[in-house]
Each structure stands twice: as structure tokens, then as C-alpha cells.
Design a protein around this ligand. Structure first.
Ligand code: COA
Length: 478
């Protein structure tokens, strides 16, 4: 028996030896073939990093976006090097140009901060000549991005069938409030998405109403999702040669960002959510994920604590995380060394029912220091904390200016303003932030240099009313 077993073992060994020989052979062959083909890619550039153009150089965007979600997407693509041609209604433009104005007569910050690095052309998309110009743009561009109300693009005659027939390579990317279903025809703004995507019901304090957040997760968040979809579609097009529809619903985008709350919804079926402070307070859970105040969304409990000056400074607070591996350092810092060995405090599960009183004790310590002092001291011990930075502090933060995350831009209508540069840094695709365009600033340039209209044709177009407000064009033509 033993002998047999030994024999078969040898056989297996011999077999596997042969197999591994085969594998070795294959292995040796494959990389050689791959290297030869270069995986279909050009030779690695010998230019210094940052001197080989931009990531999306050559990508042409027909930017039909307005307000915030769509413009966020196309501004990111422009930051990455795409040529964004923003189409706006003659005389009116993106409605945000005039919304929340701070400088009389100048484009608002709402507009300027979401439309940098783009060119603006005015076209009346419902005018016959305007339609003709748009057709040329569709033939010229790679991606059409829009976030009109449901059905508006079709009403302009720009259906998917028409666009795909005109330019089969064109990617058509849309933001809408909802995906197909009972609400698909609804108009949606930021806070509607925050409410329908699960963010509002899980934000705020348990004893208070649902809250919306300041971060524009519905608009800017969905614009970001759309930009990712566009890049993926552009990559797939390199293989298929054809465009496709890219669709991002704001409800879906918010839910994607609130996914940990859907996680908690399912955990509820298996018992209370022990990391929520309501568990420690002995308050029973209901049937849905509750609002968690400032509880941390992860496995390491945290809370916002007062710091020195909180009585007069609304932002003198810090987020304090009691990460388990640094618990002993926390105990020493706050003057509670006995908690390191006390069975009520030493281990994370023992602390869960006492989180409220633990954070109150830590707060007695943080209140004696400024938020930046707490940050400095805690970081020396690897304790994760986050000072609550006001927008004023962020605007003045040198390191954010140094990295190009906060950028000062000059604008002919309003002078200098701050904007948020590209939050995504690519080592071989540097981003220079340029001011937003004036309404129709590049109309003639695009008609002539991009779409090939002659000077006399441009004069004719101007008189037609397709690129100027109706009353103006008549006056100008006279
Ligand atoms: N030439 C002629 N008409 C133009 C035009 C142009 N260049 N650009 C836009 N229009 C027209 C549209 O065709 C539409 O006309 P129609 O309804 O008669 O067909 C009209 O302008 C208004 O467009 P609409 O998108 O309905 O704007 P709105 O101000 O009424 O609604 C939103 C704004 C944001 C609520 C809506 O666009 C929407 O729900 N978008 C999708 C979700 C979204 O992105 N929301 C977040 C915004 S930050």
C-alpha cells in the first residue's frame, strides 16, 4: 500500500514536472509576444513627465451642460486636457451666470468656478441654422455631455438615433435626476437627490429632522461619476470604434456615496448597530438605518469635540477618532492612564456602551487646546483627528495653494477669484486652470477655425439669429 502510494506520488510528481515544464515554456513565450506587441501601445515616451501633453489631449467635448452637475463633469475633463466647447443659449447662457451674483454685471462665482478651461459658443439649438451648426459640432466632437431636463435633448431633435447616425463614434453622456422608473421624468436639483439617494435620512441627529449636507454630492458627485463613465467609454471606443450612451442618475450617484448606510440597513436584521452611540445610550433601533449624528461611519468610533475658543468660534472643533491601536496613547494624553487596564475601557467592545462618556472625557482635554494644537499633539502619537476647517481657513491654506487644489484666477469681468483646481493629480498630465469663458466668447473662433465656416458664412449666420438673441440679430442685420 505504502509502496503504491509512493509510486503514484512519484507519478504525480513526474506529471507535474512535465506540466510545470509546459508552463515554463508557455511563460517564456507569452511575455516575449506581449513585449513585441507592446500591448498595442506606443513606445514609452522619452519626454520628461509633464511634457508629454495632457491625458485627454485631442478629446473634443460638445458641452451642453448647465447649472452644476454637468459643468462639474466637463470642467474635470477640461482640466485633463479635453477641448470643451460649451454651447449656450444666445443672450442668456447658462442660468448660473446670473445666479448668486456678488459683482454687479459680472459672471457669478457659481458659474466661473464650474466652467474653467472651457470655450463658449452661443447657439439657438431650436433655430434651423443653429441645428446645422450643431450637426457640424456633432460630427467634429467625440462626446456630447448634457444634463437637461428629461426629454429636452430629444425635443431639440438631438435624439440618440440622430446623433449616432450623424457620428457613430460619438459618446452621449447624460445626468438625470432618476434612472428609468416612476420618477424618470422629474426635474431634480441637488437636495432632491440627497433626499432620494439615502443621504438625508441618514444625516443629522437622531432627535432632529433629516439634514442635507454642504458637500454637493448630488450635483458635483454625479458629475464625477459621469466623468468616470465617459473616460471608460472613450477607452472602450478604442477597441469598438463606436460611441455609446453614458447615463448617471443623481439618485444612484448619491446612493453610491451613501453605500455604507445601505450596509447598515442590512446589518440591522442581525442586531443593533453597536458602533452607533444610540446603542450605548440604550435607545432601541427602528426598522431603518437611523441618523447617526457625528458617529463615525466605520468601525473606529469618533465624534466632534469642542476645542479652545468654541464659545465664540463656530469652527473651534475637531473630529476625534478613538482608533483601537492607539487607545493607550489616548488614555495617557487625556490623563486617564488607568483606562488602559480597566476592563470597562481597555478593549473596544467594552468601550462601545460608554462612547458618550468617553468622548465627554476626551473633550475636557481638547477644550484646553486649540484645534491645531490637538492636531499637532495627536499626530505625534498617530491618533487620527481632523480639525474642522472653515472655508476661510481653507481659502488661506498655503499647502492647498501649493498643490493647485485652490487656485486664483483672473477674470476680465470680475477680477481675481478663487476656484478649486483639479482635485485629481496625474503625474504626467499637469493642469493649468484657466478662467471661465464669457458668454459666446469663442463663437466666431469655433465657427471659423473648428467648423470651417468662411467669413461671409459667419456674417450670414450672425444675421440669421442662430447665434445672437433674436432682437439683437434683427437690429444688427438692419
Ligand atoms: N438653445 C435653445 N434652447 C435651449 C438651449 C439653447 N442653446 N439650451 C437649453 N435650451 C432649452 C431646452 O431645450 C429646454 O427647452 P424645452 O423644455 O422647451 O424643451 C429649456 O431650455 C430648459 O431646459 P431645462 O433643462 O428644462 O432647464 P430648467 O432650468 O427648467 O431645469 C434642471 C433645470 C436642472 C432642473 C433640469 O435641467 C434637470 O432636471 N436636469 C437634469 C438633472 C440635473 O442635472 N440636475 C442638477 C442640476 S445642477
Amino acid at each position: 500500500m505504502a509502496k503504491k502510494a509512493k509510486k503514484s506520488k512519484t507519478k504525480v510528481k513526474a506529471k507535474s514536472k512535465a506540466a510545470s515544464k509546459k508552463v515554463v515554456k508557455l511563460k517564456a513565450k507569452k511575455p516575449a509576444a506581449t513585449a513585441k506587441a507592446g500591448n498595442g501601445l506606443p513606445k514609452p515616451s522619452s519626454r520628461p513627465y509633464g511634457a508629454a501633453g495632457k491625458a485627454l489631449d485631442g478629446v473634443k467635448i460638445l458641452d451642453f451642460t448647465h447649472v452644476q452637475s454637468g459643468p462639474t463633469c466637463t470642467q474635470l475633463l477640461a482640466y485633463m486636457g479635453a477641448d470643451c466647447i460649451k454651447v449656450e443659449r444666445p443672450g442668456v447662457g447658462d442660468i448660473t451666470r446670473g445666479q448668486l451674483r456678488d459683482v454687479k454685471g459680472a459672471d457669478s462665482l457659481y458659474f466661473t468656478m464650474l466652467n474653467g478651461n472651457k470655450r463658449s459658443i452661443t447657439i439657438d439649438s431650436k433655430h434651423p441654422k443653429g441645428k446645422e451648426i450643431l450637426e457640424r459640432l456633432i460630427k467634429h466632437c467625440d462626446v456630447l455631455v448634457e444634463n437637461f431636463a428629461p426629454g429636452a435633448l430629444d425635443r431639440m431633435g438631438l435624439t440618440w438615433d440622430y446623433i449616432h447616425k450623424t457620428n457613430p463614434r460619438m459618446i452621449v453622456a447624460s445626468v438625470k435626476g432618476f434612472g428609468p422608473g416612476p420618477y424618470e421624468d422629474c426635474k431634480v436639483y441637488e437636495n432632491v437627490a440627497q433626499c432620494t439617494g439615502g443621504a438625508a435620512s441618514t444625516t443629522g441627529f437622531r432627535e432632529g429632522p433629516p439634514l442635507v449636507t454642504g458637500a454637493q454630492i448630488g450635483d458635483s458627485g454625479t458629475g464625477l461619476h459621469l466623468a468616470f463613465g465617459i473616460c471608460a467609454a472613450l477607452y472602450q471606443r478604442t477597441r469598438t470604434g463606436r460611441g455609446q450612451k453614458v447615463f448617471a442618475a443623481m439618485q444612484d450617484g448619491v446612493l453610491n456615496l451613501a453605500r455604507v448606510k445601505l450596509r447598515d440597513q442590512q446589518r440591522l436584521a442581525h442586531g443593533p448597530l453597536t458602533e452607533y452611540s444610540q446603542y450605548g445610550e440604550g435607545i432601541p433601533f427602528g426598522s431603518a438605518t437611523p441618523r447617526a449624528g457625528n458617529d463615525s461611519g466605520g468601525g473606529q468610533p469618533g465624534w466632534i469635540l469642542k476645542c479652545k475658543g468654541w464659545e465664540s468660534d463656530p469652527d473651534a472643533y475637531i473630529y476625534f477618532i478613538t482608533q483601537a491601536p492607539v487607545w493607550e496613547a489616548i488614555c495617557d494624553l487625556i490623563g486617564k492612564p488607568e483606562w488602559k487596564t480597566d476592563p470597562d475601557y481597555a478593549k473596544p467592545p467594552a468601550r462601545l456602551p460608554r462612547l458618550k462618556s468617553i468622548f465627554a472625557t476626551i473633550e475636557e482635554w481638547t477644550k484646553t487646546k486649540t484645534k491645531f494644537e490637538v492636531m499637532d499633539i495627536c499626530n505625534q502619537h498617530d491618533i487620527p483627528v481632523g480639525p474642522i476647517l472653515s472655508m476661510k481657513e481653507i481659502a488661506e491654506e498655503k499647502s492647498l495653494r501649493d498643490t493647485g487644489t485652490v487656485v486664483e484666477v483672473d477674470h476680465p469681468g470680475r477680477g481675481k477669484y478663487l476656484t478649486v483646481g483639479n482635485p485629481i493629480k496625474l503625474s504626467d498630465s499637469p493642469c493649468e486652470v484657466a478662467r471661465s469663458p464669457l458668454l459666446g466668447e469663442h463663437t466666431e473662433e469655433i465657427l471659423g477655425k473648428v467648423l470651417g465656416y468662411s467669413a461671409s458664412e459667419i456674417t450670414e449666420i450672425k444675421g440669421s439669429g442662430a447665434i445672437t438673441p433674436q432682437e439683437k440679430s434683427r437690429a444688427e442685420a438692419a
